[in-house]
Design a protein around this ligand. Structure first.
Ligand code: SF4
Ligand code: SF4
Length: 379
């Protein structure tokens, strides 16, 4: 492992501690990935799933649009909210006692990423409260606000998976989470808290296992928000219709966390909650370091989105001075400069953005190496 570095703080980012709530959007959008047919004014119930995406409200189909999802454009249905929250789905209430029941239950909520993590016969269960992107506070705030539910669910999960060692990993800078967890950790003697240095990429499974001195292939890693999703669906038996998203960046007068209905358009959130102090700015989905630069009109809050960064435009790139810094810092030993000038994607790239961060010539290397090219949608 290369030595991990701390990312320098941006003095122009002003993060406020308050959580905003936006749970009554006038419209939401649901990605439709299969050939399901819909007509204008069809009724959509809350908590119905369409190609693994939930309708977080009830209302009427009022149109469709192309949205940016997982690096490509897909069709999405536009639903106009009737504010009735009509749902006809009855969820099970019977306590889950084993892995098979847990998997069955998670399938009902289309949480396939979580199911894929439920490996048997692993000795170590690691819960990461690491917000990798410097100005994202989703994990930290989740643990600070829901520490009792999180600890209870970790205990539940470790019994289901029969894991021997349970570690809750928190950055040593997250004083509020640490204080809250320590106030009740005595009731969970099987859970060990480990404090991590505030270094970039410490939350990556390889790095975390190395820091904790645990074998990667004998470990299962969940984030605190994933544990909270398990709590909601498999202890409370409720659907997930909202999520935390950090909205930050140096083009904003303030950065904040917002609890928002799934399917809400970023444009509506920006209009209601953001004061942008710059005329020209860039929007990045899932962080400045690791995210993709997109057009705000195309972004809908789906389960895949945790952070939106609204930054001043990047300074223009200057000529490469052959300093070698991008190669020296790359954690997977790619030569980003070579890929950039030869215009080749390298599939080994993990998209960490360290090459861009370190480059004195301000060249957008990651965009080429990772293939994060954002194509404008076809009309
Ligand atoms: S973004 Fe890719 S090329 Fe750049 S430092 Fe990270 S892994 Fe290396
Ligand atoms: S860090 Fe930037 S300036 Fe230095 S070699 Fe890489 S591309 Fe060139």
């Amino acid at each position: 492992m290369k030595t991990l570095i701390k990312i320098n703080e941006n003095p122009n980012i002003n993060m406020v501690g308050k959580i905003y709530e936006f749970i009554d959007p006038t419209k939401i959008y649901i990605p439709i990935l299969t050939n399901t047919s819909f007509h204008k004014n069809d009724y959509v119930y809350k908590n119905n799933y369409y190609s693994d995406y939930i309708s977080s409200i009830s209302g009427y189909v009022s149109g469709s649009k192309k949205i940016f999802l997982n690096k490509k454009f897909v069709n999405a249905l536009e639903i106009t909210n009737d504010f009735k929250e009509n749902s006809h789905i009855k969820r099970r209430k019977k306590k889950i006692t084993n892995r098979e029941e847990l998997i069955d239950n998670l399938k009902r909520f289309c949480l396939f990423d979580l199911i894929n993590k439920l490996d048997e016969n692993k000795n170590n269960l690691i819960i990461s409260c690491v917000d990798e992107e410097e100005y994202s506070i989703n994990e930290f705030m989740r643990l600070s606000n829901n520490y009792d539910e999180i600890l209870m669910t970790i205990d539940f999960l470790s019994k289901i998976l029969k894991t021997k060692n349970i570690t809750l990993a928190i950055k040593n800078t997250n004083a509020k989470s640490i204080k809250n967890v320590k106030s009740i950790i005595g009731s969970f003697p099987n859970i060990k808290i480990v404090l991590l240095p505030d270094n970039y990429l410490i939350g990556l499974k390889t790095n975390l296992c190395e820091f904790l001195n645990l074998k990667e292939d004998d470990s299962i890693l969940f984030t605190t928000n994933e544990i909270y999703d398990l709590y909601t669906t498999s202890i409370k038996f409720k659907d997930i219709t909202e999520k935390y998203v950090t909205i930050s960046g140096d083009a904003l007068t303030k950065s904040f966390l917002i609890n928002v209905k799934l399917g809400t358009s970023l444009k509506e959130i920006i209009k209601k909650y953001c004061k942008i102090k710059e005329k020209e700015y860039n929007v990045y989905v899932n962080g400045y370091m690791q995210g993709v630069n997109v057009n705000k009109e195309d972004v809908i809050i789906t389960k895949e989105i945790n952070t939106i960064v609204i930054n001043k435009n990047r300074e223009d790139a200057t000529e490469c001075i052959n300093c070698g810094a991008c190669y020296k810092i790359c954690p997977v030993n790619i030569n980003p400069k070579r890929c950039y000038f030869n215009k080749v994607i390298n599939p080994k790239c993990i998209g960490c953005g360290l090459c861009n961060y370190i480059c004195p010539a301000n060249i957008d290397l990651k965009k080429v190496v990772k293939g994060d090219m954002y194509e404008e949608k076809e009309n």
